[in-house]
Ligand binder design. Structure first.
Ligand code: TXA
Ligand code: MG
Length: 353
């Protein structure tokens, strides 16, 4: 299959490309598109064969549900049950954080295909802020189910180049836009009739902001990211090993791992990187590349470039180093968007080796 490249960097190029992309979605095809978090791989959320193709293109197991993207709040009624639509927290969070990097999980209408929900009773819905994403959904005239546009378990894509690296020849088209600005996926909040609400995935909306918003509505608790593939009744997508670089990543809080002789270093800020370099030198390890996610600690800037930097380190080590080389990362401090970064690094480090 030839993957069509559809330029959408400017309003003019998008105006030409969006109708083509929408036509592909309407005829059951797959289109990757930019959002403010990461690139998504979209299909018509009500077209079961098209949904099956998403799982196939990504190599994604069907126990992992998809997020449905809408362009207008009215479309929620096509996805959430009456009970969830009546939950006051839905309107509250949608008013505050939509359009934006927040996915709400609620009871699904029976019409929502089982593949979207991975057989669960619930469905995740997000109204993205990115203009190209919303223009595509509107033109396609259907909610669009879209996981991140990467091969399953690999690094999430924050540029069209990343998408093509993983999916060229496996999908019908990609809308070529700028790099995404937030750089980590949406926060996922479960409002499935239970109180308090549960944060299923740290993401673009910090937990602190959600706590503040829900303070008078039963609050919110972070669910621990400990589920394993195939484990029932725990939140899907919380499998520990996820967002994994091809080169294994080791999180190093104190001692440098003694068995690593070649590496690339990743640190939250310049000072921590200098410290990590000192420890690599003391351990006699060859350092092929080094990255500080920002000069001083800055979670917003760090999140924006996290996956891109990981892609770069992965590329350098794959090209230049021995297969035993590792990405050595210092943990990211929790708090605000930092919790989403810390979470992605922990999961990358949990890769089975
Ligand atoms: O920012 C994002 O959310 C990006 C862009 C493309 O919108 N999408 C994304 O999709 O990250 P994906 O497939 O990589 O992550 C979907 C995750 C699942 O793995 C799961 O954690 C959660 O969303 N999810 C979706 N539906 C759910 C449901 N019904 N119950 C629990 N969790 C759900
Ligand atoms: Mg993903």
């Amino acid at each position: 299959m030839i993957t069509e490249r559809l330029p959408a960097h400017t309003p003019d190029s998008a105006a030409e490309s969006i109708p083509r992309a929408a036509a592909i979605i309407r005829s059951g095809g797959l289109v990757a598109f930019p959002t403010e978090t990461v690139y998504g791989l979209g299909a018509n959320a009500f077209d079961a064969p098209a949904l099956a193709r998403i799982f196939e293109a990504k190599g994604r197991p069907t126990f992992d549900p998809l997020i449905v993207h809408i362009a207008d709040r009215d479309d929620l009624a096509r996805l959430f049950s009456e009970v969830t639509l009546a939950d006051p927290r839905v309107a509250l969070l949608a008013d505050l954080f939509w359009p934006g990097p927040l996915t709400l999980v609620g009871a699904a209408r029976t019409e929502v295909p089982g593949l979207v929900r991975a057989g669960l009773e619930t469905v995740g819905v997000r109204l993205p802020r990115h203009e190209t994403a919303r223009a595509l959904i509107r033109a396609a005239q259907t909610p669009i189910a879209a996981p991140s546009a990467n091969r399953f378990g690999r690094l999430s894509p924050t540029s069209a180049e990343h998408v093509l690296e993983h999916l060229d020849g496996r999908i019908d088209a990609v809308l070529l836009g700028e790099s995404t600005d937030i750089g980590v996926e949406s926060s996922v909040v479960a409002l499935d009739g239970r109180w308090p609400a549960r944060l299923l995935r740290h993401g673009g909306i910090p937990l602190e902001d959600l706590e503040h918003a829900l303070a008078d509505h039963g609050g919110i608790v972070a669910a621990a990211p400990t589920a394993r593939p195939g484990t029932p009744l725990q939140a899907p997508g919380m499998t520990e090993s996820h967002y994994a670089p091809v080169v294994p990543l080791v999180l190093v809080a104190a001692d440098f791992p003694p068995d690593v002789s070649e590496c690339a270093l990743l640190a939250p800020d310049r000072a921590t990187l200098t410290d990590l370099e000192g420890r690599a030198a003391a351990a006699g390890a060859t350092v092929h590349a080094r990255v500080a996610l920002s000069e001083a600690l800055d979670p917003v800037a760090a999140a924006a470039h996290l996956f891109e930097r990981l892609h770069e380190l992965e590329a350098v080590l794959t090209r230049r180093a021995a297969p035993t080389a590792r990405i050595i990362a210092a943990p990211y401090p929790e708090g605000g968007l930092g919790s989403a970064i810390a979470d992605r690094l922990r999961r990358a480090a949990a890769t089975p080796q």
